[in-house]
Unconditional design. Structure first.
Lengths: 275, 241
């Protein structure tokens, strides 16, 4: 059952201080409200993966990895590869994260990212059939939140897209007659084919202002947030409202405008890290 | 592309004969369960959803209670035989876990939870028959059940999905349109105070299409909102007479 989360206790004096700074047009770390923290990318963190990317967004750290396996296609899409997205908030990342199977927040994050990659066909799954109808590449995208300092969806999306775009398909030989696929991970058969890049821009409503990329302290004060996924061709490819509050129609329109602008910037940043 | 996609718009009409801005036929009934503090059934086309509300009541386990507000708990689930095609496993799926959260967060902004500290308000959404739009029908039904339970709210919450099928922006997707369409965008709102409490987008829209879709959704929500008020009046006014 989904239950109202425990609200963190924030001293009134601190809350007012944060709201004051935001009302003046800055984050508590002195950035303008609509700017992102520094984005650092470390590639090949887990060399045994077919791709792994660690993204640091300020102090937030998210590690995304990809493993490719040969498997069966979905019966309703027999000639396409399969993409499966999972996410886990590891207990090392925050005192409030507990061990155990993924909770509703982790499941929601994984599903929002899955939809925002699947719907615009960011990964060219149609090029991943090995024996059409019988054997295809299964792309396992697993996301681990390592350190939580706010704005997890945006950081996880950057890590996910970079992990996918840098995935090396292992060398393989298909015996069409017997249906056997031989894989040799010491050689590669090229990069995972991508159609387009996608970024998620989450707009947080804190007090009366709309901001992007809050720290965890700021995020705890947000009444609601709206994650908006945009593709490099300027379309809106996914959306998810979260939190206990609500948005007016005007705020939604502002949020869309912000996300289209910021999304473009994030996609340019992402592009720099693709080999 | 999905295999065997049927043509979804033929001569301006949809597969079930509706125009793009038509809702499916809607039926609502309030107070359908004897034991629950509030309950409602909402039917929209062949989709049928039952919502029940218990509370404000004691929080079990006790440590989950909050000192300054009631906690809202919500479970969305589909009955095992409610889906088209195969039987759905009764174990909670990832989709149901996500939707329980999404429905709770669509209703939270409406509930004046500060009036009942240290209590829980439990919302159960059971999908009896699923043919598209179960989360939105669930929100519409749950909001009626909350009102029926006498829980103070800022406004009723009404919800409907809009989407894009064969390039056309349409209101209230049915199962086939949801499965084969290009985009599906469920929206929930409190119409009298102009607040949008839930919005999701699964699919691709241009910014212009999004604006058009949002307008259409809010228009549909208004129509559903009026039906909600009628359904509530029907139960309570009849009793008084």
């Amino acid at each position: 059952m989904s239950s109202t989360p425990e609200t963190p206790i924030i001293p009134k004096i601190k809350m007012n201080a944060i709201l004051n700074v935001l009302a003046k047009g800055n984050h508590i770390d002195k950035r303008p409200l609509l700017s992102y923290r520094q984005i650092d990318v470390v590639k090949n963190v887990s060399p045994n993966a077919d791709s792994s990317v660690l993204v640091k967004l300020g102090y937030t750290q998210v590690l995304a990895g990809v493993k490719l396996e040969v498997g069966q296609p979905f019966p309703d899409n027999p000639e396409e590869g399969v993409l499966i997205v999972n996410a886990e908030y590891i207990p090392a990342a925050s005192p409030t994260f507990e061990p155990g199977p993924p909770d509703e927040n982790a499941i929601e994050l994984a599903r929002v990212i899955d939809r925002s990659i699947r719907e615009p066909r960011a990964v060219a799954l149609d090029k991943l059939a090995l024996i059409p109808g019988r054997k295809v590449w299964v792309v396992w995208l697993d996301i681990y939140v390592l350190d939580h300092d706010g704005n997890l969806i945006d950081a996880a999306m950057i890590a996910s897209i970079l992990a996918l775009a840098n995935t090396k398909i292992p060398y393989y030989e298909v015996d069409q007659a017997s249906g056997n696929v031989k894989i040799d991970r010491s050689k590669t058969a090229g990069l995972l084919p991508m159609n387009k890049l996608v970024a998620t821009v989450t707009i947080y409503k804190i007090g009366d202002v709309l901001v992007v990329d809050p720290t965890a302290e700021e995020e705890a004060l947000a009444s609601a947030s709206l994650a908006i996924a945009v593709s490099e061709d300027g379309n809106i490819v996914g959306m998810q409202k979260r939190g206990l509050g609500a948005f007016t129609e005007k705020e939604l329109e502002q949020a869309i405008e912000i996300s289209l602008n910021k999304g473009k910037e994030l996609i340019e940043t992402i592009r720099k890290f693709i080999t | 592309m999905k295999a065997n996609k049927p043509q979804l718009i033929i001569e301006g009409k949809r597969v079930d004969g509706r125009t793009p801005s038509d809702l499916r036929p809607i039926k609502m009934e309030v107070g359908v369960l004897r034991n629950a503090d509030g309950s409602a059934i909402v039917e929209i086309g062949n989709t049928k959803v039952l919502a029940a509300v218990y509370g404000p009541r004691e929080v079990v386990p006790r440590h989950e209670e909050q000192v300054d507000r009631a906690i809202i708990r919500c479970r969305y689930r589909m009955l095992s035989f409610s889906t088209m095609g195969e039987r759905k496993s009764p174990a909670p799926s990832r989709r149901e876990i996500e939707l329980s959260k999404v429905i709770r967060e669509a209703l939270e902004p409406a509930i004046v939870s500060s009036q009942f500290p240290r209590t829980a308000i439990d919302i159960f959404v059971e999908v009896l028959n699923a043919e598209g739009g179960t989360r939105t029908a669930g929100i519409t039904a749950a909001s009626l059940a909350l009102a029926d339970a006498g829980i103070p709210m800022l406004d009723l919450v009404a919800a409907v999905a809009v989407g894009k099928v064969d390039g056309v922006i349409v209101l209230d997707l049915n199962e086939v349109e949801d499965m084969y369409g290009e985009a599906d965008m469920p929206v929930a709102a409190m119409p009298s105070i102009g607040k949008i409490t839930m919005i999701q987008l699964n699919g691709v829209l241009t910014p212009e299409e999004f604006k058009k879709a949002l307008k259409l959704a809010l228009d549909g929500i208004n129509r559903i909102y009026n039906l909600q008020k009628e359904a509530l009046k029907k139960k309570y006014v009849e009793i008084e007479e």
